[in-house]
Design a protein around this ligand. Structure first.
Ligand code: MN
Length: 201
């Protein structure tokens, strides 16, 4: 069964003014659709066909550029839409809050670490908050559509939060002001979804 572009759990304009409607529309229906189509084409007729995306990325041959770029793109954007909500922002509660305090000392220290990773990722890429097998959390930046599920990439944990810092994610509204976009992202983080991903990891 081929991968399908997920529907968003909110309207394209729902994250305004933090992320504008036109950016969301193009990002979701053009960019993410493109990664999805290209991933399906790249795995068709291979032993990856029919496997779930986590399984494909965990066992990825990093020289397989088509699956690396488009499988990463498919997974990363599914994560990105899921960890945002118009009712987001604020500070986390529950297990994520405890894990953040244990790993970073405080929510503010985490925020600083995550924002710095996002702002300093050179060129296109992502910043992720990940959980390791021992339950500790880590932040890492990754280039292009790489993510830490892939062999030898980033901190090696399981991503539970991610921000897309490709220019297509913010340029229409923020132009070169990536730091403003990163600040705005904190207003739409869906901490319930991050908690759910932590529980599953
Ligand atoms: Mn993107």
């Amino acid at each position: 069964m081929a991968f399908e572009l997920p529907q968003l759990p909110y309207a394209h304009n729902a994250l305004e003014p933090n992320i504008d409607e036109r950016t969301m529309q193009i990002h979701h229906t053009k960019h993410h659709q493109g990664y999805t189509n290209n991933l399906n084409a790249a795995i068709e007729g291979t032993d990856m066909e029919g496997k779930n995306i986590e399984n494909i990325l965990l066992n990825l041959d990093m020289d397989n550029k088509a699956v690396r770029n488009n499988g990463g793109g498919f997974y990363n954007h599914c994560l990105f839409w899921e960890v945002m909500t118009p009712k987001g922002g604020g500070t986390p509660s529950g297990a994520v809050a405890d894990a953040i305090t244990a790993s970073f000392g405080s929510f503010d220290a985490f925020k600083e670490t995550f924002a710095t990773a996002a702002k300093t990722q050179f060129g296109s890429g992502w910043a992720f908050l990940c959980v390791h097998k021992d339950g500790s959390l880590d932040v890492c930046g990754c280039p292009n559509q790489d993510n830490p599920l892939m062999p030898g990439v980033g901190c090696g944990g399981t991503p539970i939060l991610g921000i897309d810092v490709w220019e297509h994610a913010y340029y229409l509204n923020y132009q070169n002001r990536r730091p403003d976009y990163v600040s705005a992202f904190f207003n739409v983080i869906n901490w319930d979804a991050v908690n759910a991903r932590l529980a599953k990891a």
